[in-house]
Design a protein around this ligand. Structure first.
Ligand SMILES: Nc1nc2c(ncn2[C@@H]2O[C@H](COP(=O)(O)OP(=O)(O)OP(=O)(O)O)[C@@H](O)[C@H]2O)c(=O)[nH]1
Ligand SMILES: [Mg+2]
Length: 329
Protein backbone atom coordinates (compact mmCIF):
# COMPACT_ATOMS: atom_id res chain seq x y z
CA UNK A 1 0.00 0.00 0.00
CA UNK A 2 1.27 3.48 -0.75
CA UNK A 3 1.87 5.83 2.11
CA UNK A 4 1.14 9.54 1.89
CA UNK A 5 2.73 12.55 3.58
CA UNK A 6 0.28 13.91 6.15
CA UNK A 7 1.63 17.43 5.58
CA UNK A 8 1.21 17.91 1.83
CA UNK A 9 -0.65 14.82 0.60
CA UNK A 10 2.07 13.53 -1.73
CA UNK A 11 2.78 9.78 -1.99
CA UNK A 12 6.04 9.03 -0.17
CA UNK A 13 8.91 7.63 -2.27
CA UNK A 14 12.50 6.62 -1.55
CA UNK A 15 14.01 6.72 -5.02
CA UNK A 16 14.50 10.34 -6.08
CA UNK A 17 15.69 13.04 -3.68
CA UNK A 18 14.74 15.76 -6.12
CA UNK A 19 11.17 14.65 -6.55
CA UNK A 20 8.21 15.33 -4.31
CA UNK A 21 7.52 12.97 -1.42
CA UNK A 22 11.11 11.84 -0.86
CA UNK A 23 12.12 10.10 2.36
CA UNK A 24 15.22 8.04 3.10
CA UNK A 25 14.63 4.33 2.70
CA UNK A 26 15.49 3.48 6.28
CA UNK A 27 12.96 6.10 7.45
CA UNK A 28 10.04 5.09 5.25
CA UNK A 29 8.25 2.93 7.82
CA UNK A 30 8.73 5.40 10.68
CA UNK A 31 7.85 8.78 9.16
CA UNK A 32 4.57 10.56 8.56
CA UNK A 33 5.96 13.55 6.69
CA UNK A 34 8.08 13.72 3.54
CA UNK A 35 11.54 15.19 4.05
CA UNK A 36 10.61 18.59 2.57
CA UNK A 37 7.57 18.96 4.84
CA UNK A 38 9.66 17.89 7.82
CA UNK A 39 12.26 20.55 7.07
CA UNK A 40 9.62 23.20 6.54
CA UNK A 41 7.84 22.26 9.73
CA UNK A 42 10.86 22.06 12.01
CA UNK A 43 13.44 24.35 10.43
CA UNK A 44 11.32 26.74 8.34
CA UNK A 45 13.19 25.74 5.18
CA UNK A 46 11.33 27.20 2.21
CA UNK A 47 10.17 24.58 -0.22
CA UNK A 48 9.99 25.61 -3.86
CA UNK A 49 7.34 23.60 -5.65
CA UNK A 50 7.51 24.27 -9.32
CA UNK A 51 4.00 23.16 -10.07
CA UNK A 52 1.18 25.27 -11.41
CA UNK A 53 -2.26 24.29 -10.23
CA UNK A 54 -5.02 24.97 -12.71
CA UNK A 55 -8.75 24.95 -12.23
CA UNK A 56 -9.40 21.45 -13.55
CA UNK A 57 -10.47 20.30 -10.11
CA UNK A 58 -13.56 22.47 -10.56
CA UNK A 59 -14.43 20.71 -13.82
CA UNK A 60 -14.16 17.37 -12.05
CA UNK A 61 -16.62 18.33 -9.34
CA UNK A 62 -19.97 16.74 -9.68
CA UNK A 63 -22.42 17.92 -7.07
CA UNK A 64 -19.85 18.15 -4.30
CA UNK A 65 -20.27 21.21 -2.14
CA UNK A 66 -17.48 23.78 -2.00
CA UNK A 67 -16.09 25.87 0.81
CA UNK A 68 -14.32 28.58 -1.14
CA UNK A 69 -11.57 30.59 0.56
CA UNK A 70 -10.74 34.18 -0.28
CA UNK A 71 -7.89 36.04 1.40
CA UNK A 72 -9.54 39.41 2.01
CA UNK A 73 -6.22 41.21 2.36
CA UNK A 74 -5.56 40.73 -1.34
CA UNK A 75 -8.82 40.29 -3.21
CA UNK A 76 -8.67 40.89 -6.93
CA UNK A 77 -11.30 40.50 -9.61
CA UNK A 78 -9.52 37.41 -10.82
CA UNK A 79 -9.65 35.63 -7.47
CA UNK A 80 -13.42 36.19 -7.34
CA UNK A 81 -14.17 35.44 -11.01
CA UNK A 82 -13.17 31.82 -10.67
CA UNK A 83 -16.25 31.32 -8.46
CA UNK A 84 -18.48 31.52 -11.53
CA UNK A 85 -16.94 28.29 -12.80
CA UNK A 86 -18.19 26.32 -9.81
CA UNK A 87 -21.55 24.79 -10.60
CA UNK A 88 -22.21 23.13 -7.25
CA UNK A 89 -23.19 24.88 -4.01
CA UNK A 90 -20.66 27.42 -2.77
CA UNK A 91 -20.15 28.44 0.85
CA UNK A 92 -17.81 31.39 0.93
CA UNK A 93 -15.14 31.93 3.57
CA UNK A 94 -13.72 35.44 3.57
CA UNK A 95 -10.53 34.66 5.41
CA UNK A 96 -7.76 36.55 7.23
CA UNK A 97 -10.19 39.01 8.80
CA UNK A 98 -7.51 39.81 11.37
CA UNK A 99 -5.25 41.33 8.72
CA UNK A 100 -7.56 44.19 7.78
CA UNK A 101 -7.87 46.98 10.37
CA UNK A 102 -10.50 46.24 12.98
CA UNK A 103 -12.24 49.50 12.10
CA UNK A 104 -13.23 48.11 8.69
CA UNK A 105 -16.84 46.98 8.95
CA UNK A 106 -17.42 43.33 8.09
CA UNK A 107 -20.75 44.07 6.45
CA UNK A 108 -18.95 46.41 4.09
CA UNK A 109 -16.62 43.65 2.95
CA UNK A 110 -19.48 41.17 2.59
CA UNK A 111 -21.52 43.61 0.52
CA UNK A 112 -18.48 44.36 -1.59
CA UNK A 113 -18.01 40.69 -2.41
CA UNK A 114 -21.70 40.27 -3.12
CA UNK A 115 -21.44 42.97 -5.77
CA UNK A 116 -19.03 40.70 -7.65
CA UNK A 117 -20.56 37.33 -6.71
CA UNK A 118 -23.94 36.84 -5.09
CA UNK A 119 -24.53 33.12 -5.52
CA UNK A 120 -22.98 31.89 -2.28
CA UNK A 121 -25.34 29.91 -0.04
CA UNK A 122 -23.66 31.47 2.97
CA UNK A 123 -20.82 33.90 3.58
CA UNK A 124 -18.52 33.72 6.60
CA UNK A 125 -15.87 36.23 7.52
CA UNK A 126 -13.24 34.71 9.75
CA UNK A 127 -9.68 34.33 10.91
CA UNK A 128 -8.84 30.68 10.22
CA UNK A 129 -6.30 30.59 13.04
CA UNK A 130 -9.01 31.52 15.53
CA UNK A 131 -10.80 28.48 16.87
CA UNK A 132 -13.93 30.41 17.86
CA UNK A 133 -14.29 31.81 14.34
CA UNK A 134 -13.83 28.38 12.82
CA UNK A 135 -16.31 26.88 15.27
CA UNK A 136 -19.04 29.10 13.80
CA UNK A 137 -18.44 27.52 10.38
CA UNK A 138 -18.18 24.05 11.90
CA UNK A 139 -21.49 24.42 13.75
CA UNK A 140 -23.14 25.61 10.55
CA UNK A 141 -21.84 22.69 8.47
CA UNK A 142 -23.01 20.22 11.12
CA UNK A 143 -26.40 21.91 11.42
CA UNK A 144 -26.86 21.78 7.65
CA UNK A 145 -25.83 18.10 7.73
CA UNK A 146 -23.08 18.68 5.20
CA UNK A 147 -21.13 15.44 5.37
CA UNK A 148 -18.39 16.19 2.89
CA UNK A 149 -17.13 19.45 1.44
CA UNK A 150 -14.22 20.53 -0.73
CA UNK A 151 -11.96 23.37 0.47
CA UNK A 152 -11.06 25.31 -2.67
CA UNK A 153 -9.37 28.62 -3.36
CA UNK A 154 -6.15 30.22 -4.49
CA UNK A 155 -2.90 29.10 -2.90
CA UNK A 156 -2.26 30.63 0.55
CA UNK A 157 -5.89 31.57 1.10
CA UNK A 158 -5.83 29.55 4.34
CA UNK A 159 -7.61 26.29 3.49
CA UNK A 160 -5.25 24.03 5.40
CA UNK A 161 -5.05 26.42 8.35
CA UNK A 162 -8.83 26.26 8.56
CA UNK A 163 -8.89 22.44 8.45
CA UNK A 164 -6.21 22.28 11.13
CA UNK A 165 -8.44 24.45 13.31
CA UNK A 166 -11.35 22.06 12.68
CA UNK A 167 -9.11 19.19 13.78
CA UNK A 168 -8.26 21.09 16.96
CA UNK A 169 -11.96 21.68 17.67
CA UNK A 170 -12.56 17.93 17.77
CA UNK A 171 -9.37 17.33 19.75
CA UNK A 172 -7.34 15.82 16.92
CA UNK A 173 -3.79 16.49 15.86
CA UNK A 174 -3.56 19.50 13.49
CA UNK A 175 -1.12 17.85 11.11
CA UNK A 176 -1.53 19.60 7.77
CA UNK A 177 1.33 21.78 6.65
CA UNK A 178 0.71 25.50 6.17
CA UNK A 179 3.10 28.21 5.07
CA UNK A 180 3.48 31.73 3.69
CA UNK A 181 4.87 30.47 0.42
CA UNK A 182 2.69 29.12 -2.41
CA UNK A 183 1.90 25.45 -3.15
CA UNK A 184 1.99 24.03 0.35
CA UNK A 185 -0.71 21.41 -0.15
CA UNK A 186 0.32 19.38 -3.16
CA UNK A 187 -2.27 16.61 -3.51
CA UNK A 188 -5.89 16.27 -2.44
CA UNK A 189 -6.20 15.18 1.17
CA UNK A 190 -9.33 13.64 2.59
CA UNK A 191 -9.55 14.73 6.20
CA UNK A 192 -12.16 13.07 8.35
CA UNK A 193 -12.96 15.54 11.10
CA UNK A 194 -15.42 13.17 12.77
CA UNK A 195 -18.13 10.78 11.67
CA UNK A 196 -20.35 13.71 10.70
CA UNK A 197 -17.96 15.84 8.65
CA UNK A 198 -15.14 15.27 6.15
CA UNK A 199 -13.14 18.00 4.42
CA UNK A 200 -11.20 17.59 1.20
CA UNK A 201 -8.12 19.81 1.33
CA UNK A 202 -6.88 20.75 -2.13
CA UNK A 203 -3.80 22.35 -3.67
CA UNK A 204 -4.67 26.03 -4.13
CA UNK A 205 -4.94 27.46 -7.63
CA UNK A 206 -1.86 29.24 -8.88
CA UNK A 207 -2.24 32.97 -9.20
CA UNK A 208 -0.09 33.58 -12.26
CA UNK A 209 -0.22 37.31 -11.56
CA UNK A 210 1.14 37.03 -8.04
CA UNK A 211 4.40 38.76 -7.23
CA UNK A 212 5.48 35.47 -5.59
CA UNK A 213 6.20 34.17 -9.11
CA UNK A 214 8.70 36.94 -9.74
CA UNK A 215 10.72 37.39 -6.55
CA UNK A 216 12.77 35.09 -4.39
CA UNK A 217 10.44 33.09 -2.14
CA UNK A 218 12.48 33.84 0.98
CA UNK A 219 12.03 37.55 0.27
CA UNK A 220 8.36 37.03 -0.54
CA UNK A 221 7.85 35.29 2.81
CA UNK A 222 9.01 38.45 4.57
CA UNK A 223 6.69 40.65 2.51
CA UNK A 224 3.40 38.97 3.37
CA UNK A 225 1.26 40.30 6.18
CA UNK A 226 1.17 38.33 9.39
CA UNK A 227 -0.70 40.75 11.62
CA UNK A 228 -3.18 43.55 11.40
CA UNK A 229 -2.17 45.92 8.64
CA UNK A 230 -1.48 49.46 9.74
CA UNK A 231 -2.26 51.41 6.57
CA UNK A 232 0.51 53.79 5.46
CA UNK A 233 -0.56 57.08 3.94
CA UNK A 234 1.61 59.05 1.51
CA UNK A 235 0.90 62.25 -0.34
CA UNK A 236 2.80 61.84 -3.55
CA UNK A 237 3.39 65.17 -5.27
CA UNK A 238 4.10 65.62 -8.94
CA UNK A 239 7.70 64.67 -9.66
CA UNK A 240 8.01 62.41 -6.63
CA UNK A 241 8.31 58.68 -6.31
CA UNK A 242 8.06 55.96 -3.71
CA UNK A 243 10.33 52.96 -3.50
CA UNK A 244 8.89 50.01 -1.64
CA UNK A 245 11.48 47.52 -0.42
CA UNK A 246 13.38 47.91 -3.67
CA UNK A 247 10.69 45.76 -5.29
CA UNK A 248 8.18 48.37 -6.43
CA UNK A 249 8.69 51.91 -7.65
CA UNK A 250 5.75 54.29 -7.99
CA UNK A 251 6.17 57.62 -9.80
CA UNK A 252 3.63 60.39 -9.88
CA UNK A 253 3.66 62.59 -12.96
CA UNK A 254 0.30 64.16 -12.26
CA UNK A 255 -1.23 66.28 -9.52
CA UNK A 256 -0.67 65.36 -5.89
CA UNK A 257 -2.25 62.00 -5.04
CA UNK A 258 -3.01 60.46 -1.69
CA UNK A 259 -2.06 56.79 -1.58
CA UNK A 260 -3.06 54.54 1.30
CA UNK A 261 -1.04 51.32 1.36
CA UNK A 262 -2.61 48.16 2.78
CA UNK A 263 0.52 46.05 2.64
CA UNK A 264 2.65 44.21 5.18
CA UNK A 265 3.82 46.44 8.04
CA UNK A 266 7.34 45.17 7.52
CA UNK A 267 7.79 46.81 4.10
CA UNK A 268 10.10 49.84 3.91
CA UNK A 269 9.01 52.96 2.04
CA UNK A 270 11.32 55.65 0.68
CA UNK A 271 9.91 58.82 -0.79
CA UNK A 272 12.12 60.99 -3.01
CA UNK A 273 12.24 63.17 -6.10
CA UNK A 274 12.08 61.18 -9.31
CA UNK A 275 15.64 60.39 -10.18
CA UNK A 276 16.33 58.64 -13.44
CA UNK A 277 19.55 57.13 -12.12
CA UNK A 278 17.70 55.37 -9.41
CA UNK A 279 16.83 51.74 -8.94
CA UNK A 280 14.23 49.52 -10.56
CA UNK A 281 14.03 51.27 -13.90
CA UNK A 282 14.83 47.96 -15.55
CA UNK A 283 11.60 46.54 -14.19
CA UNK A 284 8.46 46.50 -16.29
CA UNK A 285 6.56 49.77 -16.35
CA UNK A 286 2.80 49.97 -15.96
CA UNK A 287 1.18 53.34 -16.63
CA UNK A 288 -2.25 53.54 -15.05
CA UNK A 289 -4.98 56.11 -14.71
CA UNK A 290 -6.11 56.06 -11.12
CA UNK A 291 -9.02 57.62 -9.28
CA UNK A 292 -10.71 57.34 -5.92
CA UNK A 293 -13.26 54.78 -7.15
CA UNK A 294 -10.59 52.18 -7.79
CA UNK A 295 -8.04 50.33 -5.67
CA UNK A 296 -4.72 49.31 -7.13
CA UNK A 297 -4.08 45.63 -6.35
CA UNK A 298 -0.54 44.36 -6.08
CA UNK A 299 -1.31 40.69 -6.59
CA UNK A 300 0.13 38.54 -3.84
CA UNK A 301 0.92 41.51 -1.59
CA UNK A 302 -2.11 43.68 -0.91
CA UNK A 303 -3.70 46.84 -2.26
CA UNK A 304 -3.51 50.62 -2.45
CA UNK A 305 -6.44 52.94 -1.92
CA UNK A 306 -6.30 56.11 -4.01
CA UNK A 307 -7.32 59.59 -2.88
CA UNK A 308 -7.67 61.90 -5.87
CA UNK A 309 -7.09 61.14 -9.51
CA UNK A 310 -4.11 61.10 -11.81
CA UNK A 311 -1.61 58.96 -13.67
CA UNK A 312 0.99 56.72 -12.04
CA UNK A 313 3.96 54.90 -13.48
CA UNK A 314 4.57 51.73 -11.50
CA UNK A 315 7.73 49.67 -12.00
CA UNK A 316 7.26 46.05 -11.01
CA UNK A 317 9.00 42.70 -11.63
CA UNK A 318 6.16 41.81 -13.99
CA UNK A 319 3.33 43.92 -15.39
CA UNK A 320 0.68 41.36 -14.58
CA UNK A 321 0.96 41.91 -10.84
CA UNK A 322 -0.82 45.28 -11.06
CA UNK A 323 -4.59 45.14 -11.46
CA UNK A 324 -7.45 47.46 -10.59
CA UNK A 325 -10.68 46.69 -8.76
CA UNK A 326 -13.56 48.74 -7.39
CA UNK A 327 -12.73 50.53 -4.16
CA UNK A 328 -13.22 48.17 -1.21
CA UNK A 329 -12.93 50.37 1.90
N1 LIG B 1 -3.29 36.30 9.72
C1 LIG B 1 -3.84 35.20 9.20
N2 LIG B 1 -3.06 34.32 8.57
C2 LIG B 1 -3.65 33.22 8.07
C3 LIG B 1 -5.03 32.96 8.18
N3 LIG B 1 -5.29 31.78 7.55
C4 LIG B 1 -4.11 31.33 7.09
N4 LIG B 1 -3.13 32.18 7.38
C5 LIG B 1 -1.70 32.08 7.01
O1 LIG B 1 -1.66 32.12 5.58
C6 LIG B 1 -0.62 31.27 5.09
C7 LIG B 1 -1.22 30.28 4.10
O2 LIG B 1 -2.08 29.40 4.79
P1 LIG B 1 -2.33 27.91 4.30
O3 LIG B 1 -3.34 27.32 5.23
O4 LIG B 1 -1.06 27.19 4.09
O5 LIG B 1 -3.02 28.21 2.88
P2 LIG B 1 -3.59 27.15 1.82
O6 LIG B 1 -4.81 27.79 1.24
O7 LIG B 1 -3.76 25.82 2.43
O8 LIG B 1 -2.43 27.15 0.72
P3 LIG B 1 -2.07 25.99 -0.35
O9 LIG B 1 -1.92 24.71 0.39
O10 LIG B 1 -0.80 26.46 -0.97
O11 LIG B 1 -3.20 25.99 -1.34
C8 LIG B 1 -0.01 30.62 6.32
O12 LIG B 1 1.16 31.35 6.66
C9 LIG B 1 -1.07 30.77 7.40
O13 LIG B 1 -0.53 30.85 8.70
C10 LIG B 1 -5.83 33.93 8.86
O14 LIG B 1 -7.06 33.84 8.97
N5 LIG B 1 -5.18 35.02 9.35
MG1 LIG C 1 -2.93 24.02 1.96
Amino acid sequence: MTKKCIGCGVTLQTTDKNKLGYVRENMYEKVEYCEACFKLLHYGVTRVVDKKVDESIIDNLNKEKVLYFLDISMISEKTIDILYKIKSEVYLVLNKRDLLPESVKEIKIINYIKKYYDKAKKIFIINSKNIEDVRVVYDYLIKEKIKIIYALGYTSSGKSTFINSLLKIVGKNAHILTSETPNTTIELMKIEINNKLTLIDTPGFTNHNSISNYIDLDIYKKCVSKKEIKPKIYNLQNGFMLLINDIIRIENNSDTLGLVFYLSNSLKYEKMKINRRDTLLNNEKVRINVNSNKDIVIEGLGFIKVLGSGVLDIYVPNKSIITLRDKMI
